[in-house]
Design a protein around this ligand. Structure first.
Ligand code: ADP
Length: 275
């Protein structure tokens, strides 16, 4: 166990004299100056969390902020593919260097370290968690105004440890219409409350399909409840993203940062990325 240094805010010892709760925050390295960390979470996989992370980062970078993505979805990393990143992470004695997208977004993801990105990651949670904290503390990030963390889905061991290790300043919750009526969103909000992290916005993905002929919005997965749910849970910003084959194509072809939808503008404002 670490020795008590009599400064509870910065001490790893859990001794009897402790006056404030033990901090599990992992410090940044001397080559990184990350100002805001925004976690993008979902109750389960496949709802579009990585897509929303990519769109938020792209919109933030387009507003002129230095932007980064830490892909913490270790077992299902999809950020490099969405941005069409082919380069691999390099490193030297200073640390690892993230790969930069064409808009200048710095990306760190396990898939940028693997020789073959179809290799399955069959790791236990302590190994997954330590790879995420290494991405945070051993990457030469430089100056970053906004880092978006594509979190592992759910409220289990790995997301919990990530929340305790990284100084997350706010959460964006991604969901689909059928999940909103269930308890998934409430669980994510309550987890954020337990961890004392504000929920900045609720995003309903695959909210509707717009008929290409008449423009009618068809609620394929059921009626939208995003506004009611946000109000009930005290979240003041919400957004809806339609099902759009251009979005699927852009992320499949590695061109997500060139997709120019304005669906998330209010969320980017709320995050504080306003010039
Ligand atoms: P998650 O990170 O929650 O597992 P992804 O962001 O990887 O989910 O999305 C899963 C798949 O669904 C991806 O192929 C993505 O391009 C597609 N997708 C997500 N949202 C939409 C949308 N609104 N319209 C069309 N395709 C979408």
């Amino acid at each position: 166990m670490a020795e008590c240094n009599h400064d509870c805010e910065n001490c790893a010892s859990n001794c009897a004299d402790r006056t404030s709760p033990q901090s599990f925050l992992v410090p940044q390295n001397s080559k990184s100056n990350i100002k805001n960390v925004i976690a993008v979470v979902s109750g389960k996989g496949g709802v579009g969390k990585s897509l929303v992370t990519s769109l938020l980062a792209s919109a933030t970078a387009r507003r002129g902020f230095s932007t980064a993505i830490l892909d913490a979805d270790i077992t299902g990393p999809s950020i490099p593919k969405a941005f069409g990143l082919k380069e691999k992470v390099t490193g030297d004695e200073e640390g690892m260097y993230p790969v930069t997208s064409s808009l200048g977004i710095k990306v760190m993801s396990l898939n940028l370290l693997l020789d073959d990105d179809t290799t399955p990651v069959v790791w236990r949670s302590p190994i997954i968690t330590s790879s995420i904290t290494q991405f945070w503390s051993e990457t030469v990030w430089g100056d970053v105004d906004y880092m978006f963390v594509d979190m592992p889905p759910g409220t289990g061991d790995v997301p919990l440890t990530v929340f305790q290790s990284l100084p997350v300043s706010g959460i964006v919750i991604v969901t689909t219409p059928q999940d909103l009526v269930e308890m998934i969103v409430t669980k994510a909000v309550r987890m954020a409350g337990l961890l004392n992290v504000p929920v900045l916005a609720l995003v309903e993905n695959m909210s509707y399909l717009e008929c290409p002929d008449c423009g009618k919005k068809i609620p394929v997965f059921g009626e939208s409840h995003v506004e009611d749910t946000a109000e009930r849970l005290g979240i003041d910003t919400c957004a809806r993203i339609p099902i759009d084959s251009d979005l699927t194509r852009a992320s499949d072809e590695g061109l997500i940062e060139h997709y120019l939808g304005s669906f998330l503008d209010g969320v980017v404002d709320k995050i504080g990325a306003v010039r």
